[in-house]
Design a protein around this ligand. Structure first.
Ligand code: ADP
Ligand code: MG
Length: 483
């Protein structure tokens, strides 16, 4: 349990996250303008997005499908009828003067998400709701010393706001939540989950209470944190800050704060606004969104196998540990790779090679699984050579390193370098004789009772064979000769 030792007792942290996930869609939520990342400023702005008088929003079906798909992936209730509201506020980069969002009647209601925690355990966390809303534009303050520019490319882009229950209790919980949510969104193809590009942003709500208390404390909301690491640091900082204030006799003001990654602290931005400050009201330009019969069922039929189900299947079908299965299903491409490499082979041996050698090698080379120099079939070929004793696991590591470098097949490398395992009894015996002759004094020591030297001889013989002697045969023959 994650706790903070204060002067007056032990404190617990309570966290709820609001994630803004940009919907994967070629067009915006209420206009046909493009959404591509990195386009020249104001090159993807329709008259609707610029809020010209008389323009009318038209809902983009695809964004609705994406929201429903995400709701289904979160095992959530889908609301057949939902309502778009105007949330009024003034920002220079919000030309409408309001954001079209959903308030009382969101498209998706309560759902759940399973956290895979660092200690291997799993826990279910509640999802409160998911609603659709528009993104705002972006003010650029750093282009000129005297002026601020506005880029409206993002204005009107579809976002899903996904709100969690205050069920998280530590920075690790928050990290597990975000990683799992991102994984599900990517499996579904509804958001690319790219936090650096801002397509997934997170508001972090934090409060503290004494361990054992049943009421929640007053929360602060840290806005727009853009990496999981920063979310974790912001929670740690914020929880300590609140404990110090309360223990110093003060109380927490419900406020909106900013995370400053350079200083490693949160700072007050404004006092928290309440819903009534926004003067929410149903957007008169949009009818309530009513999903026709069969709409939800049709989307449900297109859902892929999601990480939790895939993990359960890998454990049941391949006998993998929960940990290994979790690593393999974290990304869909990794899971696909594994299943191709393991096909018709020892699934645990294949998992070891995929997880330890391949993922390790890719991380070192700074590559993604999609551009792995070793294909799944090639890795499977290497596993075959180990399984049928053509090469030892030790030699296989060298072969694998060469495969990563050159992209060649395992068989070709083994052939070209003469790395085949020696399983010929006579040949191994000859090497043993050679080593024993060179180490006559050690042989005498061993025979006079120094058993520990056995490992030394194994090492010497293996080395003399160029690492190629079959380990089991080497052991057996060595025991016989020394004894
Ligand atoms: P708002 O829209 O004003 O930000 P919401 O009711 O939508 O408020 O809640 C926002 C988030 O705050 C949710 O993720 C919720 O779980 C979280 N939350 C609510 N109460 C607390 C609390 N006492 N401590 C921590 N988080 C909380
Ligand atoms: Mg909020």
């Amino acid at each position: 349990m994650y706790t903070i030792e204060g002067e007056t007792g032990t404190w617990e942290t309570v966290i709820g996250l609001e994630v803004h996930a940009q919907v994967i869609s070629k067009a915006k939520l209420f206009s046909g303008a493009a959404t591509e990342f990195g386009a020249a400023p104001n090159s993807q702005v329709s008259l609707v997005d610029a809020a010209m008088p008389g323009m009318l929003p038209v809902i983009n079906d695809h964004c609705v499908e994406q929201a429903v798909k995400t709701g289904l992936g979160l095992k959530a209730q889908i609301n057949r009828r939902s309502v778009f509201d105007r949330k009024n506020y003034f920002y220079a980069d919000l030309p409408q003067g309001y954001q079209i969002s959903q308030y009382k009647d969101p498209i998706v209601g309560t759902g759940e998400i399973v956290l895979d925690l660092p200690d291997g355990s799993a826990r279910t966390v509640g999802i409160t709701r998911l609603h659709l809303e528009q993104d705002a534009g972006k003010s650029l303050h750093d282009q000129s010393p005297r002026e601020t520019f506005v880029d409206l490319n993002r204005s009107g882009v579809a976002l899903m706001e996904i709100v969690s229950e205050p069920d998280l209790r530590s920075p690790d919980d928050a990290s597990a939540y975000l990683r799992k949510l991102r994984s599900i969104l990517r499996y579904l193809g509804t958001c690319d989950g790219n936090m650096e590009e801002g397509s997934m942003r997170c508001d972090v709500n934090v409060s503290v209470r004494k361990v054992g208390d049943t009421e929640f404390g007053t929360r602060c909301e840290v806005k727009n944190v853009n990496s999981i690491r920063h979310v974790m640091s912001a929670i740690e900082f914020e929880a300590r800050r609140q404990v110090e204030i309360i223990e110093g006799g003060g109380s927490i003001d419900q406020e909106t704060r900013l995370w400053d990654p350079n200083k490693g602290e949160t700072r007050s931005l404004r006092t928290k606004e309440d819903a009534h400050d926004y003067r929410y009201f149903p957007d008169p330009d949009l009818l309530p969104l009513v999903l026709e019969d069969g709409f939800v069922e049709r989307i449900a039929a297109t859902l892929p196998e999601l990480p939790d189900e895939k993990k359960a299947r890998f454990i049941a079908e391949y006998g993998l540990s929960a940990y290994d299965a979790g690593v393999l299903v974290a990304e869909q491409a990794k899971a696909f790779f594994y299943e191709r490499a393991a096909k018709g082979r020892d699934p645990k041996l294949a998992a070891n090679w995929v997880i330890n050698e391949l993922f390790g090698g890719l991380a070192k080379a700074g590559r993604e699984i999609e551009d792995s120099p070793v294909s799944a079939e090639q890795l499977g070929g290497l596993v075959d050579l180990i399984a049928d004793n053509t090469i030892s696991g030790r030699i296989a590591k060298d072969v694998f390193a060469e495969m990563m470098e050159t992209g060649q097949d395992a068989g070709a490398i083994v052939e070209a370098k003469g790395l085949k395992q020696v399983t010929d009894t006579g040949a191994i015996e000859a090497v043993i004789d050679q080593v024993m002759a060179a180490q006559a004094d050690k042989v005498a020591e061993y025979r006079s009772g120094k058993d520990k030297l056995f490992g030394f001889f194994v090492g010497q013989v293996m080395k003399a064979s160029g690492g190629k002697a079959n380990p089991a045969m080497l052991n057996e023959l060595l025991k016989k000769k020394l004894g």
